[in-house]
Design a protein around this ligand. Sequence first.
Ligand SMILES: [Zn+2]
Length: 71
Amino acid sequence: MRRTFSRQCPHCTRQVTWPDTPTYPFCSERCRLIDLGAWASGAYRIPCEPLDEEEPRLATDDPEGEGETEY
Ligand SMILES: [Zn+2]
């Protein structure tokens, strides 16, 4: 059984249908690349970035830490 999907393009909010649109959920290759470009430039948070080698080390015993209170 074939199903079709329909949703808005995340970039320009045009209605996109699948499988009619191979670039689903984007309306076009252009919107897809623009959105990927946004990812690459850090507009979105990537949960598992492979670039954690240069991550600055934070002090672990900062008294004004992350709001954790010790009783
Ligand atoms: Zn679009």
